[in-house]
Design a protein around this ligand. Structure first.
Ligand code: HEC
Length: 399
């Protein structure tokens, strides 16, 4: 059985790269303050909380924790934080708020007063549930430079009622499209995720919010769950892990035929007499050396007389059959695709209604030993997006 070859789609989104919200450096600093309470000015921001002005670090009370990342506000404990989206704040008429206040439209200086002194443009005192903040002038400038963008600096592919997810299918009719469509439809039938439908797209006229599953090479700026392929959040061990496992399974120096991932260690050599050849190309060379082959490059039958080892990143217990020309069957492509879609939905559910690429990525980077039912459990961290490093090495021919 040959394995579906990964497709390179890196250039696919080049035309769309600029559609992602482009914020100025000042707006980006303001966004960080809004979301995390963190200042880059060196002076920590302080929140004065309640009628007693209790001082708390703003990182424990960022704006977004009450007003939401989109500024819309979440009612909690009987108080409703105001909708901070600019079209609501700057309405050219008096607005009656939940607390009964009325006030003229906000201007940027008025916004600064509300944040630092707790009063609205009509000089009404805001409820003590809204903290007052002590911050440097430059932090305040940064923050109000960002506030008018709340709700409109959404990542591509998300709206109030939909999440557009790209699906990259493997070449050939593998049934991935049907199985993934049916799964997302079943999620939508149950009301979607926090009121949003999941809309899978198989062609990319617009940039999707994320891609799950992918069977290609991931684009760095779109969160991607890779069922089989490279880059993004990979479910299976990648080429580098396979090369390492192959090298570890033999003795002596290893010469590379093809293009190797960097940093494979000190057993790599250019010596033409090295006993092992790591083969990163097809077809396999005709030689009596030991050939070390990652699964993606292995096409049976093995050359006559050669000693061939293949790294297999997929199945688990059944990889004990040595001396066969065929590799153990991979976890079916459809099952791996479905696993990627399910991990995506799980991440969306845990991220919550306040969804953007940053929060989704953070959530995926916290996945620890997540079961997928069809592959080894997946662990992703900020430093490592390869979900499993486990690789089995199978001898498919030789002495
Ligand atoms: C602990 C929850 C909480 C946090 C944190 C918080 N707010 Fe508020 N905010 C509120 C509540 C509740 C109100 C409504 C007060 C009222 O109606 O009197 C409010 C009102 C406001 C208003 C006034 C709008 C109006 O109706 O006049 C502005 C502006 C505002 N918040 C901005 C911010 C900014 C900017 C931050 C971060 C620096 C922030 N808030 C942090 C809870 C919070």
């Amino acid at each position: 059985m040959t394995r579906a070859r990964a497709v390179t789609l890196a250039l696919l989104f080049a035309a769309h790269a600029l559609t992602a919200a482009t914020l100025t450096p000042q707006q980006l600093r303001g966004r960080a303050i809004y979301r995390t309470g963190e200042s880059q000015s060196g002076t920590p921001i302080v929140a004065l909380v309640g009628t007693e002005d209790v001082e708390v670090g703003a990182t424990a009370m960022p704006c977004a924790s009450c007003h939401g990342r989109d500024g819309k506000g979440r009612a909690e404990g009987g108080v409703t934080p105001t909708n901070l989206q600019w079209d609501a704040l700057a309405k050219p008429y008096e607005v009656a708020t939940a607390g009964g206040r009325t006030h003229p439209p906000y201007t940027l200086p008025m916004l600064k007063r509300a944040i630092t002194m707790g009063s609205d443009p009509a000089k009404n005192r805001l409820l003590p549930a809204m903290p007052r903040y002590r911050m440097s002038m430059s932090d305040l400038d940064d923050l109000v430079a960002y506030l008018p963008l709340l709700g409109s600096d959404r990542d591509p592919g998300t709206s109030d009622d939909a999440i557009v997810v790209g699906v990259i299918v493997p070449p050939g009719d593998s049934g991935v499209r049907e199985v993934v469509s049916a799964y997302y439809a079943s999620i939508n039938a149950k009301g979607g995720i926090f009121g949003r439908r999941i809309e899978p797209r198989f062609t990319f006229d617009e940039e999707p919010f994320a891609i799950a599953p992918s069977f290609g090479t991931a684009d760095a700026h779109i969160p991607t769950i890779t069922a089989l392929g490279t880059g993004g959040f990979q479910i299976l061990a990648g080429l580098e892990e396979q090369c390492r496992a192959l090298i570890a399974s033999t003795e002596g120096k290893v010469r590379v035929a093809g293009k190797a991932p960097p940093d494979l260690g000190d057993r790599i050599t250019t010596d033409p007499h090295a006993p092992n050849i790591l083969v990163l190309m097809t077809p396999l060379p005709l030689t009596t050396n030991t050939l070390l082959v990652p699964a993606a490059y292995y096409v049976p039958p093995p050359p006559h007389g050669a000693n061939v080892f293949v790294a297999v990143p997929w199945s688990s217990a059944d990889v004990t059959v040595a001396g066969r020309a065929e590799l153990p069957a991979p976890t079916p492509v459809r099952a791996t695709a479905l696993a990627a879609a399910k991990l995506f939905v799980r991440a969306l559910e845990r991220t919550g209604r306040d969804l953007d690429r940053e929060s989704l990525t953070k959530m995926l980077e916290s996945f620890y030993q997540e079961p997928t039912e069809v592959t080894r459990p997946v662990t992703w961290t900020p430093k490592n997006h390869v979900g499993s490093s486990e690789v089995s090495v199978v001898r498919v021919s030789g002495r």
